[in-house]
Design a protein around this ligand. Sequence first.
Ligand code: GLU
Length: 385
Amino acid sequence: MNLSEKVLSIEPSQTLVFNNKALEMIKKNYNVIKMTAGEPDFSTPEPIIEAAYEAMKAGKTKYTKSIGIDELREKISEKLYVDNNLNYSASEIIVTNGGKQAIFNTLMAITNQGDEIIIISPAWVSYEAQILLCGGKVKIVNSKIENDFIPDIKDIENAINEKTKAIIINSPNNPTGAIYPASFLEELSKVIKKHEIFVISDEVYEKLSFDVKHISIASFEGMKPYSIVINAFSKSHSMTGWRIGYLAGPAEVVKQAQKIQSHLCSNVNTPTQYAALKALDINPTYMIDAFKERRKFVSEKLNEANIDYFYPKGAFYFFINVSKYFNSDLKNSYDFAIALLEKGKVGLTPGSAFFAEGYLRLSYACSMEDLKEGLKRIINFTNNL
Ligand code: GLU
C-alpha cells in the first residue's frame, strides 16, 4: 500500500508507548509501578471541574471562535503580562488542544519543505515527529550533563544556516529537569535576532521552576517578532486529559496558525475552555510543594544507591545515567527499560526516546507511596545486575 512517506518516517510517541506498556501489564494484574508519562497524580482541582460543569449547564456546549473564547484569551494575555512580563493581546493568542497542538500549529504556520528547525538534545519526543510531519528537517544541538544540560551558544550559532527557520527550546526541560539561566536566554535572544529566526519557547513546565523564577526568552528586548510562546494547563493544574494549552506569537504567525486550527478541530471543546478560565485563578502551590518533597526523596535514594543522575531544577523528571550497567544482555536504554519493566516491575522511559542513549527518564509525578516502592525496586534491580 502506498501510504504517506512523511507519516511512515515517524514512530509513535515513545513516552506514550512505554506508558501504555506499563498500563497493559497493570491491566493483566501485574503489580507495576508507573513512572513513565509526565502526568501529575493529583486530581484536577474541584473548582476547575465545577466551572466546566456550570458552563455545560449554562448551555456553553456549542462551537466557539476557533481561536478560543474571548474571556480566556483576555485572561491568558493578562497572565502573560503579570507572570512573564510579556505583551500579547488576546488577538495574538490561540487556545489549542494541549501544548502539542500549539507547537504543531506553529510549526505548520512557519515551515516550508526542507526548512531546518533546531532542537536541543536531550529533547522531548514529539518535537522531531512534528517537525517531520510539517516538512521540516531536524537539526540537533547537544547539551551535556557536565554543563547542566545547558547548550553551548556557539554550538547553536554554528548550527544556523540559510535554511534555519526556528529553534525550539524547553525550559524547565523535559526530560532533564534543566532550567536555562537568564544569562543564557539573553545570549540566545541576541543570536535569534541577529539571524532573524523564530524561537518556539515551550514553557509548559513554567510553574515547576523550583529554585528560580521562570523567565521567558520572549521577554528580552526586541524578541516579540521572533518568539512564539507555548504553554498549557496539563502539568500546572493537573489537567492532562482535558487537552488545553495555548500559543502566543506575533500577529502574522497567529493569523496563519489560526487557519490550521479552524480546519483541524474548529475549537478546543467548549466546557474545557471555561475550566481553563477558572484554572487561571488557582495557584496550585500544594502540588509544587509535593513535587519538591518528592524530588528530595528520589535524590536521596539515588545517592544512597550510588546511581548517577542529574539533579533537576524544574519539571518532574530525573534523568538517570544507566550506561554503567550496560552489558551483552542490556545493550542500551531501551533494553534496560524493557527489563526493568518486565523483571523489576517499574516503568521508566528510555533515553533513546529523547536522543539521549545511556539514560532513563523517571517521572516523579506519582504518589509518594509509589515512589517509595518504585525506588526500592529500581535499586534492587540495579544491585542484581
Ligand atoms: N509530555 C508528557 C511526557 O513527556 C506526556 C506524554 C507526552 O505527551 O509525551 O511524558
